[in-house]
Design a protein around this ligand. Structure first.
Ligand code: APR
Length: 193
């Protein structure tokens, strides 16, 4: 599913973030930047040890929740990995929506500051951090759309959703945000519908 907004193009695909040929991919990291499972595990496995070495050297203090840091991408097809720390879901009354939106905004700002024309996001916080997917999708898309409209960059923002249910949640939320219907489905990094 592809949507042309005033400030750039927004795409939803079902797939694997580590295969994306974009300038920057986003990692769903933790505050210690210590690696883990899910997206984090897949990125470090495929990208090789250089990513963790750079992370330890440049960001020994880790990264606060709601923020992000950037490294090179090792053996991955992208140029950069942006390591974002989304909030752990604790019922929704601990500032989770603001922290989640902030994580997306920090990633986009880092991408623009590093001359990235394209960026791919996973669904931050909706795996190990248990953020309800439909709520996360609404917040994530609203944050990205607002940024694109304000800054008119990056040119392409792609959400790479791992499973069907997550893809559907984002497609539904995009419809709510933009009035675009979920029927124009696309799969894989190059297709559009
Ligand atoms: N590509 C795209 N999405 C993926 C991939 C992948 N290769 N692998 C998993 N996902 C999906 C999950 O299915 C989920 O929908 O990404 C979403 C986020 O899940 P997590 O990776 O668990 O991220 P999060 O909920 O933010 O939890 C972060 O988990 O791995 C640890 O170190 C990480 O402590 C941190 C925490």
């Amino acid at each position: 599913m592809r949507c042309r907004l005033e400030g750039g193009v927004l795409e939803l695909v079902q797939g694997d973030i580590t295969l994306q040929q974009v300038d920057a991919i986003v990692n769903a990291a933790n505050r210690r930047l210590a690696g883990g499972g899910g997206v984090d595990g897949a990125i470090h496995r495929r990208g090789g040890s250089a990513i963790m070495e750079e992370t330890r050297r440049r960001y020994p203090e880790g990264c606060p929740t709601g923020q992000a840091v950037i490294t090179a991408a090792g053996e991955l097809p992208s140029r950069f990995v942006i390591h974002a720390v989304g909030p752990v879901w604790r019922g929704g009354t601990h500032g989770e929506p603001a922290l989640l939106a902030s994580a997306y905004r920090h990633c986009l700002a880092l991408a623009v500051a590093n001359d990235c024309r394209s960026i791919a996001f996973p669904s931050l916080s909706t795996g190990a951090y248990r953020y309800p997917v439909s709520r996360a999708a609404r917040t994530a898309l609203a944050a990205v759309i607002e940024f694109l409209e304000e800054r008119e960059a990056p040119e392409l923002v792609r959400f790479v959703l791992f499973d069907e249910a997550t893809y559907r949640a984002y497609a539904g939320a995009l419809g709510e945000n933009t009035g675009v219907s979920g029927s124009g489905r696309s799969r894989g990094p190059r297709s559009s519908g």
